[in-house]
Ligand binder design. Structure first.
Ligand SMILES: N[C@@H](CCC(=O)N[C@@H](CS)C(=O)NCC(=O)O)C(=O)O
Length: 418
């Protein structure tokens, strides 16, 4: 019998079972064949596992130089590798925690994936983690544990992040992560967009380029396994630019390569371009091109499988946003009723916005606002210094926000706290 189809192997083995007790010779022959059939498959599977572990670990010293259109074709081998990096190969390891609030409280701290090398969003200030994203982690720790410092920061690059979330080890991600439908399907639930961004490109001023469409044939440094890499391919194909991506696991390596002259351009979210530009040795020698080539709603993520945890993180984001809308800051006297029912409800002094149903304290918003301030305070502390103007941008509060002097007319909005 010649078997070429692996499906037929198992069918043949099943059929052979009743005969095993009668014919020892047949049994040996069957065993020999089964080993011959299954060994190559086993070796193949182990090789695949080893390859996906290596890919997931990434190596910023080894850039991948690829023609953008070809390598990012979804039917190509590179797309297969990308799926491995998204964590599909780790399904067996994934763990769905049913009561993460309880887990976090028993553990005594929140595990939050963020970055430590992105000015404004996740960076180190005097050795401590700081930034817009870092404050979102601290706000959730304040809500869940009453202590904004009870956070273990897991520093992550985009490569391998999906696998890490699926493993169940991380309670939330807050790290300039764009919400996409594929990530939502494969990684976890995106909670509430906290920064509306779009992808851009930066070039040396001496290149004399004023718009992205003038970059035909250019090489572009990029972080791998990002939406950035995928959008660059779409943009290149759409405008027949034949761009060449030079991809790195770590953004700092991509930036260094650009500054070193290895690429004509560097691309990431516009906020990231401004963040890195702020630490370039010669900022005036570079130009952020005006093009916005994608939508990048930067959004915290929680693992799949625990609705209450999702609701908790979402409610914390709403607290930050409504505190600004109601004019409440970290300096506000929070203990006394104000007579404004919306503010008193937020403070936990009257009524409810569902906080106790979620297992949080009645005065959870006091803990959160005292710890990190409102949305505007977080923005002003970390993003305004990068020159990211909020007034007139999508990151202003919604047009009808009740505050009098806050930036309005943007998209930062949350479901009413009541
Ligand atoms: N928003 C995009 C891009 C994210 C991204 O590229 N992040 C870079 C920096 S701008 C990063 O996190 N790098 C981490 C590091 O290199 O340490 C996405 O979600 O894919």
């Amino acid at each position: 019998m010649v078997v070429t189809d692996p499906g037929a192997v198992s069918a043949a083995a099943l059929h052979a079972v009743p005969e095993l007790g009668r014919e020892t010779q047949d049994e040996k022959e069957l065993m020999r064949r089964m080993i011959a059939w299954t060994a190559p498959a086993l070796i193949g599977a182990l090789t695949l596992l080893a390859v996906s572990v290596v890919l997931a670990s990434g190596d910023d010293r080894l850039p991948t130089l690829t023609p953008v259109g070809a390598a990012l074709d979804t039917s190509s081998e590179a797309a297969g590798q990308r799926r491995a990096n998204h964590g599909v190969g780790f399904a067996a390891m994934s763990e769905q925690v049913k009561d993460r609030l309880d887990l976090v409280r028993r553990r005594g701290h929140l595990v939050c994936a963020t970055s430590d090398a992105i000015p404004g969003f996740g960076y180190l200030a005097d050795g401590a983690n700081a930034g817009f994203d870092v404050d979102l982690c601290r706000a959730v720790a304040a809500a869940a544990l009453g202590d904004p410092n009870a956070v273990e920061f897991r520093i992550s690059v985009p490569t391998g992040l999906g696998a890490a979330v699926r493993s169940g080890e991380i309670d939330m991600v807050a790290r300039i992560l764009t919400a996409t439908t594929t990530r939502e399907a494969e990684w976890g639930n995106f909670v509430h967009t906290m920064y509306y961004d779009g992808q851009g490109l930066i070039v040396r001023r001496s290149l004399g380029v004023a718009a992205a469409r003038e970059l035909a044939g250019a090489s572009v440094c990029v972080t791998e396994n990002t939406t950035t890499e995928l959008n660059l391919a779409d943009f290149s194909r759409l405008h027949r630019l034949d761009l060449r991506a030079v991809a790195f696991a770590k953004t700092s390596a991509a930036v260094d390569a650009y500054l070193d002259g290895q690429c004509d351009a560097f691309t990431t979210d516009h906020s990231g371009l401004h963040a890195y530009l702020s630490v370039f040795p010669d900022p005036s020698g570079h130009v952020v091109l005006p093009d916005v080539i994608s939508e990048e709603p930067l959004t915290p993520l929680v693992p799949h499988g625990d609705d209450r945890w999702y609701d908790i993180v979402k409610t914390v984001m709403a607290i930050l946003i409504y505190a600004e809308a109601y004019g409440v800051t970290s300096d506000s006297a929070l203990a006394q009723p104000t007579g404004d029912a919306r503010v008193d409800r937020l403070f936990g002094l009257a009524g409810s916005f569902g906080q106790e149903d979620l297992g949080l304290s009645r005065t959870v918003a006091q803990d959160v606002i005292r710890a990190v301030g409102n949305y505007g305070e977080i923005y002003d502390r970390h993003l305004a210094p990068l020159g990211l103007e909020r007034r007139g941008s999508r990151n202003a509060l919604w047009a009808g926000a009740p505050c009098s002097d806050c930036p309005r007319g943007g998209q930062v909005y949350a479901p009413p706290l009541r």
